[in-house]
Each structure stands twice: as structure tokens, then as C-alpha cells.
Ligand binder design. Sequence first.
Ligand SMILES: NC(=O)c1ccc[n+]([C@@H]2O[C@H](COP(=O)([O-])OP(=O)(O)OC[C@H]3O[C@@H](n4cnc5c(N)ncnc54)[C@H](OP(=O)(O)O)[C@@H]3O)[C@@H](O)[C@H]2O)c1
Length: 325
Amino acid sequence: MPKAIVVHAHGGPEVLSYEDVAAAEPGKGEVRVRNHAVGLNFIDVYFRTGLYPAPNGLPFTPGNEGAGEVVAVGAGVEDLRPGDRVAYAGTLGAYAEERLIAADRLVRTPEAISDEQAAAMMLKGMTAEYLLCRTFKVKPGDTILYHAAAGGVGLIVGQWAKHLGATVIGTASTPEKIALARAHGYDHVIDYTREDFVERVREITGGRMCDVVYDSVGKDTFPASLDCLRPMGMFVSFGQSSGPIPPFNLAILSQKGSLFATRPTLFTYVAERANLESAAANLFSVVASGAVKIEINQRYALEDAAKAHADLEGRKTTGTSILLP
Ligand SMILES: NC(=O)c1ccc[n+]([C@@H]2O[C@H](COP(=O)([O-])OP(=O)(O)OC[C@H]3O[C@@H](n4cnc5c(N)ncnc54)[C@H](OP(=O)(O)O)[C@@H]3O)[C@@H](O)[C@H]2O)c1
């Protein structure tokens, strides 16, 4: 029987149980994929703790990103066959040696990209894609602020935003993370655990402030992130690694300069097949060109998923991490 991580009750990393699971046959429109590598993401923590409910309740297998090969196809699947290399993001159930997935959620992994790289970048890289190219179209001359710059999404965003011609400001919590972010596209990196990041952004921008702030830290950086924006700037809240932002009065957006605010998620941006294909193609293209490098800084055995979660939540990881079945 294949092995998978199963969550029977919400809680800390210890609820990630490594078990034998039944190998179901693919149904209509489904594919069975053997994962060669699985991506680790902060969203996996939100599902584990119950902050985000799993669509079919408990028990469930976590994980939203992976890459491997097709081993069986269900009825009606015409364009994939066993042996094809595929990658995916955004469908729960990735922490497994083998999994079922709807065929229309898969993309083919380009030859030049390894399964490990694909597993490390599909969710984080397509997130960078929609944040920089669709939620707010970053263009030459823009100044952007990205919190947690040395994280998984952070190192991809830094390189991609630099490639788009922006001035890229980041925040991070240690000198090592600051150095890493500087090596991945960030022009300026602020230690937001020691410095007042609003004042530092003011200094760096000569008072002009930022066109857009991408904030996935949440509670600890709100509402200060709003003060880093120029009038009519865009606040993009796309995560809460420090805890959710408390409810706030929309009037704060007018008081701070007619700001725009949005709370996007990748799943909306790639819900339509055409958008999934174009986001993946855009990502594969910046990686193939060398503009964005996908480096894997942590590798864990799948059965050590609890250790991987403890490290991610404990701010011990940098860049991308993968689990190996
Ligand atoms: N909405 C979407 O579509 C979408 C998609 C992908 C990811 N996300 C979000 O983007 C964020 C980044 O995801 P990721 O997987 O790449 O994770 P990550 O950035 O590698 O890890 C989270 C980082 O957040 C920082 N952080 C600040 N306060 C923290 C705290 N109290 N506890 C833990 N970490 C804290 C840490 O960096 P420092 O030590 O430098 O502070 C930590 O390394 C997450 O919030 C995730 O949910 C959203």
C-alpha cells in the first residue's frame, strides 16, 4: 500500500501521521500521480491547524504542490498517459507517495525542469506570477515592498520583480536571511524585528513610499504596511504567517491616502484552465530564461513532515523546501 501523511485531528506538527493508505483507481477525468517530490508551503500549516478547513473535513491528506509521473488515467482522460511527467498546485492531498487528482489541474513539466524544482515552485512561483503580473502589474520604475523576503515565495518574488525593473524592498528577521534576500533581487532589506520598517521605507524611497505592498505576515505587520504606501497605492494581503489581521474599518484606506486593498488567493487566479496554463507557462519561461532561479534549501523525507512543519513555523527555513516520498 502507498504511504501518505494523514491528519485525523487539527493541531501541532505532531498530528501529521505517516500511514498506509488505500490506492483507489482514478475515476472519470482523474489521474493517479506518483509524486517524486512534494512542495512545503505555509498554507499546509493553516490546513493542519484548521485555520483553513479541508473541503471534505477530517481526516485528510495535506499538501498543495507536487510533481511526478502519471501512473494511471481514468475514463475520459485523453491527453495524458502513464509515464508523462506532470506538476500541480492547489489541490489538497499532495503529502503522499501516490495521489488522485483531476486531470485538468495538471500541467506537463518541461524537460529542462526537474521534478524537485517543479514541486518546489508550482504553488510559490504561480503565486509570484499572479501577485506581480496580475494583482498589481509591476513595471519598470515601481517600488515594491515584500515582507518575509527570504521565504519560499519571497526569494522568487525578489528575482522576478527585479527582472520586471522594479526597485525591490524586502523585510526579514536575521542577518543571514537579509543576505540571502539581497542575493535574490532585493535592493534593500530591512530587519523588521529590530528596525521600524515604515521609517526605513521612508528613508529608502526619499518619502515617496511604495506603489504596492505584498504582505503575507498579517497580524504583526498590519496596519504599519499601509503606511508604506504612496497615495492610491495597493495593499495586497495574501497570507498570515504571524496570525490573521483583525477586522478593520474600510475608512482607514481613505485616511491613509485613498488606498486600494485586496485579499487574493492563487486558487481563484488559476481556477480557469486557461489561467492555469498561462500562469504555469509564464513561470516556466522566467525560470528557463535564468531570470528566476529555483533553489531548494531544505529537503525532508515525507515521513518527516512534522519536522518540516516545525521548521517552517519556527522561521528556520529559507527559500523553498520539499518533501521526498
Ligand atoms: N494567497 C495566496 O495565494 C498564497 C499563496 C502562497 C503563499 N501564500 C502565503 O505567503 C506566505 C509565504 O508562504 P511560504 O510558503 O513561502 O512561507 P515562507 O515565507 O517560507 O515562511 C513564512 C515566513 O514568514 C515570516 N514570519 C513572520 N512572522 C512569522 C511568525 N510569527 N511565524 C512564522 N513565520 C513568520 C518568516 O520569515 P522571517 O523570519 O524573515 O520573518 C517565515 O520564514 C504565507 O503566509 C502563505 O500563506 C499565500
